[in-house]
Design a protein around this ligand. Structure first.
Ligand code: NAD
Length: 298
């Protein structure tokens, strides 16, 4: 199939690679330029989103935020200007569910289909093609694009109609970020009490507190390895979307709001580009203690 791919950053680049390896012809565009490796594997660079839409039957976007998706789809030189009936647009970014429903309606006016298919699994999942993909689309659109998504992920679920994939992804982010915060609190607590946090993590991995977050982010906290990964600014964007939708629903999410304040604190000291495991730094700053530094005996 002729597939367009717009947004070739941390996630988009390896995903586009898998689609090329799956035998498809890829038409590529990214503000940061098209990585050389994709061109070497046969990908074709396009100067704009409109050129991608003219040349491809299915157009995938993997962009940072809602405003980026809107610009790429409907701005000057946007995808919409290159569409003809029968094409499909799949947004795999994490963006607002409400805006997604609006984008779907606007794309529908061109005689085209729309799906939201945000992902979980991080840069590792993108590289290994083991992403979890949460799809919002009519059933027939989902079935049509399932073989393409199967090249990128290992668990692909239709959640409901357009926007439902994004709501599911925000629910996922609530669990992930609050778990990162809990792991940070637990390791800080142990370390401040003079107990080796690495041994605590090791022991906890065998019990009821075990999780992928304890394994991956816990290890990053201990190694002080804060290169992204998944950036603090992206998690903050996702929790902002969840909190805004919750407010519209008249719903209080107290721990999501408290964790967002910790992400804000990281942003305020220039940490937007850190891996989200660096959220522990906000806790450490308040405690006046860094995990791994010797603690005076209580
Ligand atoms: P990124 O910033 O690394 O990449 C985004 C890409 O989009 C960049 O290459 C940038 O040049 C391009 N871009 C931005 N605006 C553009 C425009 N107007 N026109 C063309 N290209 C444009 O971001 P990422 O980490 O790959 O994340 C992408 C999306 O996936 C986000 O919504 C994020 O929340 C979500 N996500 C990320 C991860 C992760 O681990 N990084 C995991 C799951 C989901």
């Amino acid at each position: 199939m002729d597939i367009g791919f717009i947004g070739l950053g941390t996630m988009g680049r390896p995903m586009a690679e898998h689609l090329i390896a799956g035998g498809h012809t890829l038409f590529l565009h990214s503000r940061s330029g098209v990585p050389e490796t994709l061109l070497l594997h046969g990908g074709r660079a396009c100067a704009s989103p409109v050129e991608v839409a003219r040349r491809a039957d299915l157009i995938v976007t993997m962009l940072p935020d809602t405003a980026d998706v809107e610009r790429v789809l409907f701005g000057e030189e946007g995808v919409a200007h290159g569409l003809s009936p029968g094409k499909t647009v799949v947004d795999m970014s994490t963006v607002s569910p409400g805006a997604t429903r609006e984008f779907a309606a606007r794309i529908g006016r061109y005689g085209c289909s729309y799906a939201d298919a945000p992902v979980s699994g991080g840069d590792i999942g993108a590289r290994n093609a083991t992403l979890t993909i949460m799809v919002g689309a009519p059933p027939e659109v989902f079935e049509r694009m399932r073989p393409i998504l199967a090249l990128l992920g290992s668990r692909i679920t239709r959640i409901g109609d357009c926007g439902a994939g994004q709501t599911c992804k925000l629910a996922n982010q609530i669990v992930v970020v609050l778990t990162i915060e809990a792991v940070g609190e637990a390791l800080l607590f142990a370390s401040r009490a003079g107990v080796d946090p690495a041994r605590v993590r090791e022991a906890l991995l065998g019990g009821f507190a075990a999780s992928r977050v304890l394994e991956v982010h816990g290890e990053r906290m201990l190694r002080r390895a804060f290169d992204p990964g998944f950036r603090i600014e992206l998690h903050r964007k996702d929790l902002a979307l969840a909190l805004s939708d919750a407010r519209a629903l008249g719903l209080n999410l107290p721990n999501t709001a408290a964790t967002q304040a910790l992400l804000d604190a990281c942003m305020a000291c220039g940490g937007g580009g850190w891996d989200s495991s660096a959220l522990v730094k906000a806790l450490e700053r308040e405690a006046g203690h860094e995990i791994g530094t010797p603690s005076p005996m209580p």
